[in-house]
Ligand binder design. Structure first.
Ligand code: XMP
Length: 515
C-alpha cells in the first residue's frame, strides 16, 4: 500500500505553530511534510501533494523581507489553505488588498460562520471561540473569492474560492484553543482534498521496512545505541528490516544512570537477538574528564571520545556501508525552517565526522516522526514500556550533573542518589507525570550531624520538571511526603551526602540541566 497516497504539503512561513499543523494532520492519519516557503515549484510538483497549506508567520505581507511564494502554487489544481499570514499572502498574490489593522487581534476571538458548505461542514454552532494572532487584515477580496466567516475585527476571517478550491482562515485552527479546529482541518483534508486516513503506525512500519531493504540491499549497517528511546527504536526498525546485516554498537561511557548499560544490552540482545557490541570505555572518558569543570568543555571531550571509540569499534565491522541514526522530525524541520539551522545541535550526536572518515551513508528511518510517535512505534515494535517511556537523558550523561570535576567516586555518589530519586518518583506513580526527574551533585559541602558525629559532606539537588518539549519547563510540585522520602533515603543510604535540596527554578530563566 502506498501510504503516501494523498499527502499534504505545508509551506512554512515561520510561525511558531507550523509544527502543530503537521501534528493535527498526522493525528488525522494523513501523511504530511513541512517544507520552507522558498521550496521550488518543481520540488512542490514532484511531491505530488493532494493539498497545500500555507502556514502563519510573523511577517507582514508588505514587509520588505516578507517571505513570498510563486503564484503558480494556485494553479496546480490542488486545494490550498492559507492560515493567518498564509491567508493574507493568498489574498495579496491573487489581487486582493491587505492593510494594517488599527486593532490587533491576539488571543481569543469570536468567529461567526456564514457558510457551512465545506470548510465548516458539520459545525452546528454559529459562533466559535478561535485563536487569533495578527496585525494585518484583508480589506478587499481577490476576485472569485467570498467571505465564509467574520469576526468583530474583520469581515473576512475565512474566505473561499469555490471554483479553484482555495481557502484561507485568519485564525489558527491548529491550536487547541480554537474551538472545532480539528474538525476544520479534517474538513480540509477529507472534504476538500479528498485524502484518505491511511497513515497509521503499522503502515509506516511496513513501508519503512520495504524502503530500508531496498536502500541497503546486501550491505551492512551499523547503529550507535545510547540507551535512549530514539536510538533503540531506530535499531529495532532496521533490525526488523534486515536482521543480522545490522550491528549495533553501545559505548558505555561510565556516565549512565544506575543499571542502564546492562538493561539496554539485555533488552536488545536477549529479547531481540541483535548483533550488539558493547564497549566499556568508562575509564577513557573519566580520564579525559579529570579536572575539567567547564560544562562546554566536558561536552566536547565526551563527544570527541565517543566518535573515536565508536569509530574504532565500527572498523571491525567489515564492509559496513550505512550508519543508522535516530534523527527525529523536529530536528529535520528546525534545520530547514525559515529560522535557519537550529542553535541547539547536540555535539555528541554529530556523526558528520564518522560519515566522512568511514565513507558511510546515512539512514534515518525516524526522520518523519515526532517524539511521541516514536514512542508509539517503539511499543508496536515490542520495546518494553520501561524503555519506551524513559525520561530524556542528556548525551553527556551524569558528567553535566556533577558540577565541577568528574571522578569515579563522584559518579558513584550521584548514580546512587539518582536511583533513589527515580525509584521514589516511580513508586509514587509520578514518573509519567513529569518530563524529567533526577539528582545533581553540587560542589558544596556542609556541616551535619549523624548520630553524635559531626559530618562535613556533599549536597544533592533534586530536580523534577514538567514540560511539553524541553524548550520551556516548570518545576514539578512534588508532594512533600515524596520529597521527604527521597531526602531521608538519600542521606541514609548514599555515603558522602548529608544534605538534600529541591530545585524550584523554571526554564527560562534557568535550564533543566544544571550545566
Ligand atoms: P536544558 O538543560 O538546555 O535541557 O534546559 C533541555 C533538554 O535537553 C537535554 N540536554 C541535552 N541532551 N545532549 C543531549 O542529548 C546535551 O548536551 C544536552 N544538554 C541538555 C536535557 O536533558 C533536557 O531534556
Amino acid at each position: 500500500m502506498d501510504i503516501h497516497s494523498g499527502r499534504i504539503l505545508i509551506l512554512d512561513f515561520g510561525s511558531q505553530y507550523t509544527q502543530l499543523i503537521a501534528r493535527r494532520i498526522r493525528e488525522a492519519k494523513v501523511y504530511c511534510e513541512i517544507h520552507p516557503f522558498s521550496t521550488k515549484i518543481s520540488t512542490i510538483k514532484a511531491f505530488r501533494p493532494a493539498g497545500i497549506i500555507l502556514s502563519g508567520g510573523p511577517s507582514s505581507v508588505y514587509g520588505k523581507k516578507a517571505p513570498l511564494v510563486t503564484k503558480d502554487i494556485f494553479n496546480l489544481g490542488v486545494p490550498v489553505l492559507g492560515i493567518c499570514y498564509g491567508l493574507q499572502l493568498t489574498a495579496r498574490l491573487l489581487g486582493g488588498v491587505v492593510e494594517k489593522s488599527g486593532k490587533h487581534e491576539y488571543g481569543g476571538a469570536d468567529l461567526i460562520i456564514g457558510d457551512r458548505a465545506d470548510l465548516f461542514k458539520g459545525i452546528r454552532k454559529k459562533k466559535l471561540r478561535v485563536w487569533m494572532s495578527h496585525g494585518d487584515k484583508i480589506k478587499k477580496l481577490p476576485s472569485g473569492f467570498k467571505s465564509i466567516a467574520k469576526s468583530d475585527n474583520s469581515a473576512f476571517s475565512a474566505i473561499r474560492n469555490e471554483k479553484k478550491r482555495i481557502y484561507g482562515v485568519q485564525f489558527h485552527p491548529e491550536v487547541v484553543h480554537s474551538e472545532e479546529g480539528t474538525r476544520i482541518i479534517s474538513n480540509f483534508l477529507f472534504n476538500i482534498c479528498r485524502v484518505k486516513p491511511l497513515w497509521t503506525m503499522s503502515s509506516f512500519i511496513d513501508s519503512s521496512i520495504a524502503e530500508i531493504r531496498e536502500k541497503v540491499g546486501k550491505d551492512r549497517v551499523i547503529c550507535g545505541i545510547s540507551g535512549g528511546v530514539d536510538s533503540s527504536v531506530t535499531a529495532l526498525l532496521v533490525h526488523k528490516a534486515i536482521g543480522k546485516q545490522l550491528t549495533c554498537i553501545f559505548v558505555d561511557n561510565g556516565l549512565l544512570r544506575k543499571g542502564e548499560g546492562l538493561a539496554v544490552a539485555k533488552a536488545l540482545r536477549k529479547n531481540f537477538k541483535m548483533n550488539l557490541l558493547c564497549v566499556d570505555a568508562s575509564e577513557r572518558f573519566l580520564k579525559s574528564l579529570r579536572n575539567v569543570a567547564d560544562p562546554e568543555r566536558k561536552r566536547k571531550l565526551i563527544g570527541g571520545d565517543f566518535i573515536r571509540v565508536f569509530q574504532a569499534e565500527a572498523r571491525s565491522i567489515k564492509d559496513a556501508s550505512f550508519l543508522a541514526q535516530g534523527t527525529l522530525y523536529p530536528d529535520v524541520i528546525e534545520s530547514v525552517s525559515t529560522k535557519g539551522p537550529s542553535a541547539t545541535i547536540k555535539s555528541h550526536h554529530n556523526v558528520g565526522g564518522l560519515l566522512k572518515n568511514m565513507h558511510l551513508k546515512l539512514i534515518e528511518p525516524l526522520r518523519e516522526l515526532f517524539k511521541d510517535e516514536v514512542r508509539v512505534l517503539g511499543r508496536e515494535l515490542g520495546l518494553a514500556a520501561e524503555m519506551v517511556e524513559r525520561h530524556p537523558f542528556p548525551g553527556p550523561g551524569l558528567a553535566i550533573r556533577i558540577i565541577g570535576g568528574v571522578t569515579q567516586q563522584r559518579c558513584h555518589i550521584l548514580r546512587e542518589a539518582d536511583a533513589v530519586v527515580l525509584e521514589e518518583i516511580k513508586k509514587a506513580g509520578l514518573y509519567n507525570e513529569v518530563w524529567q526527574s533526577f539528582a545533581v551533585l553540587l560542589p558544596v559541602k556542609s556541616v551535619g550531624v549523624m548520630g553524635d558525629e559531626r559530618t562535613y559532606e556533599n549536597t544533592i539537588a533534586v530536580r523534577a520538571v514538567q514540560s511539553l518539549d524541553g524548550m520551556t519547563a516548570d518545576w514539578a510540585r512534588l508532594p512533600y511526603d515524596v520529597l521527604e522520602v527521597i531526602s531521608t533515603r538519600i542521606i541514609n543510604e548514599v555515603r558522602g551526602v548529608n544534605r538534600v535540596v529541591y530545585d524550584i527554578s523554571s526554564k527560562p530563566p534557568s535550564t533543566i540541566e544544571w550545566e
